[in-house]
Design a protein around this ligand. Structure first.
Ligand code: ACM
Length: 393
């Protein structure tokens, strides 16, 4: 759905994959970005001009994101891009947007330990998702955790952080395995055998995309009961659960700022608008929501500046807040990351995420994890109020 903008429009580069191993989640992010563009244009655009997406499919190949970011900036004259899921893809785009001085919106949870003046980070970093999840697992399942992940920077780095957080809370990592993207479904058999032998209290998965579907399916087929030993993750969203199926997914746990089952007016309006554009809200994920609110925040900043001036847009964005489907959020002027809500949800027998715990207020991003204190009152998980637990159907 690539479209070159006419001069009387605002171009926005879109780099999400519709093919390859992470298409399952990136398609939801792309839809979130396109929905926000559609909503802005429906009410007259920005300063009377529509936002026009200029989009390419990088095929889930990290180097392609870098090449296509360069193409967007140089050939399509785009100066603002939203895109990327995998951190390996973001690392390819980073030097391009810095060298060309473009603005890059990244709507995905990641491992932290990064700052670029050219990036606005819209996904959670470890103090906003790993810390609350570790606290929940230690409190509800036990001390012994097994790590399984895809073999690239995000799982390796975020597990380094998760290991420290668990240790701080008295936990231990009893096993750790990484699989290449080329691994087929049978590659999980050895991991499933090792889990049966080591008997952890919980599994922490940093697998992404297709591998998630293969692993959860293999775990279920091997007879493991998720209600006793769940797979907990930050990267298993509604889109993956939809592919895994309710039977194999029930009992597993995910921490994220947003779940599609949150029954608030802002979330309902977002889901209705999404379903009107795409036919169903089944595949809405927290990464889709992040792409959605980031594009809306870009449009608001552009409305303010009325100019695609990167320095001025950035100045306007830093400190800006937005009433997102997850609740009120704000871009932290200290580090260009976003204050986000933190929720822990479990999959029920219908395949829906039911929020079990949440932190009361949005958490300030701490990408360098300066204060990873499990007892910090700001991370205290509250029993979720009834109105949040009810499911929208
Ligand atoms: C990720 O690679 N940041 C999920």
């Amino acid at each position: 759905m690539s479209r070159k903008g006419a001069p009387d429009c605002w171009k926005l580069g879109i780099l999400f994959s519709e093919t390859g191993v992470t298409a399952v989640i990136e398609q939801s992010q792309k839809n979130g970005a396109l929905l926000a563009i559609e909503e802005v244009n429906r009410r007259g655009g920005v300063a009377g001009r529509p936002i026009v997406p200029v989009s390419y499919d990088p095929g889930s190949i990290p180097a392609e994101y870098g090449r296509l970011a360069e193409k967007l900036i140089v050939e399509d004259s785009v100066s603002v891009i939203a895109g990327c899921y995998m951190s390996s893809a973001r690392k390819e785009v980073l030097p391009v947007v810095e060298r060309r001085n473009a603005l890059f919106f990244y709507p995905t949870l990641y491992e932290g330990f990064e700052y670029s003046p050219n990036v606005i980070y819209g996904g959670a970093c470890p103090n906003q998702n790993s810390v609350p999840l570790a606290s929940y697992l230690l409190e509800n399942y036990g001390r012994r955790v097994y790590f399984v992940g895809s073999d690239y920077i995000y799982p390796l780095e975020s597990n380094r952080v998760m290991r420290n957080i668990l240790r701080q809370g008295g936990g231990e990592v009893v096993g750790e395995r990484y699989l290449p993207f080329s691994a087929d479904a049978t590659a999980f058999n050895a991991i499933i055998d090792e889990i049966a032998e080591l008997k952890p209290d919980a599994i922490f998965s940093t697998l992404v995309g297709e591998a998630t579907i293969d692993f959860y399916t293999a775990y279920h087929e091997a007879g493991h009961d998720a209600r006793k030993v769940p797979i907990a993750s930050l990267t298993t969203n509604e889109a993956e659960i939809c592919r895994i199926g309710a039977k194999a997914a029930v009992g597993h746990i995910t921490a994220a700022p947003y779940f599609r089952t949150i029954d608030t007016p802002e979330s309902r309006r977002f889901l209705d608008s999404y379903a009107a554009m795409f036919g169903s809200d089944e595949l809405v994920t927290s990464c889709c929501e992040a792409a959605y609110f980031q594009v809306h925040m870009f449009a608001e900043a552009l409305e303010h500046e009325r100019l695609l001036d990167i320095a001025r847009l950035r100045e306007t964005l830093l400190g800006a807040s937005y009433d997102a489907p997850q609740g009120m959020i704000k871009i932290d002027p200290d580090n260009s990351h976003t204050y986000l809500h933190s929720r822990i949800a479990k999959v029920d027998e219908n395949g829906d995420f039911i929020v079990e715990r949440e932190v009361r207020r949005p958490i300030k991003p701490d990408p360098y994890l300066v204060a990873p204190d499990l007892n910090d009152h700001r991370f205290r998980l509250m029993e979720t109020p009834q109105f949040v637990r009810s499911i929208k159907r």
